[in-house]
Design a protein around this ligand. Structure first.
Ligand SMILES: NC(=O)C1=CN([C@@H]2O[C@H](COP(=O)(O)OP(=O)(O)OC[C@H]3O[C@@H](n4cnc5c(N)ncnc54)[C@H](OP(=O)(O)O)[C@@H]3O)[C@@H](O)[C@H]2O)C=CC1
Ligand SMILES: O=CC(=O)O
Length: 330
């Protein structure tokens, strides 16, 4: 019997690849940079399965060029790179990797929050570049976390894990926005659901965890930064397009807010000439929130399980569009 054909759009940890190779005929993109849209289309056109990354756009054009495709297994929890309705319309299953990267991402949110509050990138650069002249009573002053108010925008898995760390570790009071009540957060953390404006006005630290969707694209602009305290710290580990970066740069430059920490930008990579890099109160890391060995291995396992279920016509363990089963029955 011929094996299902699968294209893996980048090298992923071996344990995921090996599980797929045991069942499928696998073509792995060998380069560091992603395939171009045309190359992706060429590689996937006679495939049954695709392992995509968040840098790969899976759209109607690609799907139409790959009529055999049964499953798109995204090596990420966020799936804004995939046109899910277009997949569903064509009977293509979409999988993602929720949970496996929750702790690693929450750890980076806390890391960025501390780094931005305590001016770590600015003071480290000063030390390295000879501006550390003496111990300074008034030098590099940041702000405390203990007992302050944390605003979580999007109380999902990662928002909750971040709030748990900061409430448990630093006794922070937790406010959050969500599309519905979150009983777990209310009970476990004494958290309070509020409107975004109130969260911005009351929080000392704002950490963004909502997924990118039409209701969150451009959620943070000049008006939102103006509502925040001048002492506040802003952290984004979700997706770059939630934030108007020019407005953020202006807020940081003018002292409208104190500092920011970003794991995600728009575009990615952010060009090295970008104004945000020039601001000492902005810490930027290259989308590394899930980058631990354990987490990437766990993601690879979930990704392989979704892929294999999809090529076999079975329910995906982490299924973004389970309504595709209904579509296939019709
Ligand atoms: N930087 C990185 O490397 C990583 C980034 N991410 C990003 O983090 C996101 C969240 O992941 P995860 O926590 O696992 O996903 P979840 O789906 O558990 O959490 C997302 C939350 O955002 C909420 N939300 C959506 N729209 C709004 C809105 N308009 N206002 C308020 N809340 C809203 C959702 O609400 P509801 O409960 O109503 O659906 C949901 O609770 C991913 O989509 C991805 O973009 C994730 C992992 C790593
Ligand atoms: O950004 C990473 C993800 O898994 O989503």
């Amino acid at each position: 019997m011929t094996k299902p054909k699968v294209f893996v759009a980048r090298r992923i940890p071996e344990e995921g690849l090996n599980a797929i190779r045991a069942v499928c005929d696998v073509d792995v993109w060998p380069e560091q940079l992603p395939p171009s849209a045309d190359e992706l289309l060429r590689r996937v056109k006679d495939c049954d399965g695709l392992v995509s990354l968040l840098t790969d756009r899976v759209d109607a054009r690609l799907l139409d060029a790959a009529p055999q495709l049964k499953v798109v297994s995204n090596f990420a929890v966020g799936f804004n790179n995939v046109d899910v309705p277009a997949c569903t319309a064509r009977g293509v299953c979409v999988g993602n990797t929720p949970g496996a990267l929750t702790d690693a991402t929450a750890d980076i949110a806390v890391t960025l929050l501390l780094a931005a509050a305590r001016r770590i990138s600015e003071s480290a650069a000063d030390a390295k570049e000879g501006r550390w002249l003496t111990w300074e009573p008034l030098g590099w002053l940041g702000s405390d976390l203990a007992g302050r108010t944390l605003g979580i925008v999007g109380m999902g898995r990662i928002g909750f894990a971040t709030a748990k760390r900061l409430h448990g570790g630093w006794g922070m009071t937790v406010l959050y926005t969500a599309r519905g009540p979150k009983a777990d957060a209310d009970q476990a953390l004494g958290a309070t659901r509020v409107e975004l404006d109130e969260l911005l006005e009351r929080s000392d630290f704002v950490s963004v965890h909502a997924d990118l969707n039409p209701s969150t694209k451009g959620l943070f602009g000049a008006a939102q930064f103006k509502k925040m305290k001048r002492t506040s710290v802003f952290v984004n580990t979700s997706r770059g397009p939630l934030v108007d970066q020019s407005a953020l740069a202006e807020a940081l430059r003018s002292g409208t807010i104190f500092s920011a920490g970003l794991d995600v930008t728009d575009p990615e990579p952010l060009p090295t000439t970008h104004e945000l890099y020039k601001l000492p109160n902005c810490t930027i890391v290259p989308h590394i929130a899930s980058a631990t060995i354990e987490t990437r291995n766990a993601m690879a396992r979930l990704c392989a399980n979704n892929l294999l279920a999809g090529v076999r016509g079975e329910p995906l363990p982490n299924w973004v569009n389970p309504d595709v089963a209904e579509k296939r029955r019709k």
